[in-house]
Write a protein of this length. Structure first.
Length: 266
């Protein structure tokens, strides 16, 4: 004879609730299912205060399960993120660079909007984040970028680094300091004088040997940048990292530079 087991109604409801939420929990019951927004996004536009602002091609966001990073336009940023189920995300801004940028109006608004609690509207080919006042950030999927190689690339210095602060070069010196690393050597311009040196790459460190350079007198902001780069290159092993087309070199004391990939060396 078949036997039936009767379960108290409250227990049955609890089991049903667990079954409905179980697919979004880990074995430890610590997390819920997240919306499919993790990945790389191109920021197409901002809509705020009755106007729409279209973003530069460089504006992007990388969203992970607990953090985000990206570029407002030319300044990089990081942030912490916390998901509220599948309906919202709370963004806590972290550090960002402080370079002067031609799209500063867009960057300023982007930084204002990409923080706090944002509701999520995920379409098949678009992600829209909405603020409490109805402003929106519209994004489309961006394929993962390929990082430029450290060697055989011409790097143009665009900013100095001091700890968590990144500052663009003075206008007078912008675009003048550039170098290429190839076949164990580095060569280029410090902004005024040309230089060459041995360059040793060991994992994530880059070490310049003694610099050989021309002897022109360099004054003003160009001279100041040249002296800073000379000190940096002679300071010992530098940690290096590349994100897309941006190279960051940092010494043990926190001083360093960022440089942009210009073109492959011939």
């Amino acid at each position: 004879m078949r036997r039936y087991r009767y379960v108290h109604a409250s227990a049955a409801l609890a089991a049903l609730a667990l079954a409905l939420t179980g697919c979004g929990r880990t074995e430890e019951g610590a997390s819920v299912r997240l919306p499919d927004i993790e990945g790389s996004w191109q920021v197409e536009s901002l809509t705020t205060k009755g106007r729409t602002m279209h973003g530069p091609e460089s504006a992007r966001v990388e969203i992970g399960h607990d953090k985000a990073s990206g570029v407002y336009g030319c300044n990089g940023f990081s942030a912490g993120v916390v998901f509220d189920g599948t309906s919202a995300i709370t963004v806590t801004p972290g550090v960002s660079s402080l370079m002067g940028c031609k799209d500063l109006d867009f960057e300023t608004e982007f930084a204002k909007l990409f923080k706090g609690r944002l509701t999520i509207d995920r379409g098949p080919d678009r992600l829209t984040l909405k603020t409490a006042d109805g402003s929106t950030i519209a994004m489309t999927p961006k394929p993962p970028a390929v990082d430029a190689p450290l060697t055989a690339t011409q790097w143009t210095v665009d900013a100095t680094v001091n700890g968590d602060t990144v500052a663009s070069l003075p206008l007078e010196a912008a675009g003048k300091a550039r170098f290429t690393i190839n076949d164990g050597t580095a060569a280029g311009s410090l902004g005024c004088n040309r230089f060459s040196a041995k360059a040793t790459i060991e994992g994530s460190t880059l070490t310049f040997g003694p610099l050989t350079s021309t002897r022109m007198a360099c004054e003003g902001q160009v001279g100041a940048v040249e002296r800073a780069l000379t000190d940096l290159f002679g300071s010992g092993p530098l940690s290096w990292k590349i994100q897309e087309n941006t190279l960051t070199l940092v010494a043990a004391d926190g001083n360093g530079l960022t440089a942009q990939a210009a073109s492959a060396a011939e």
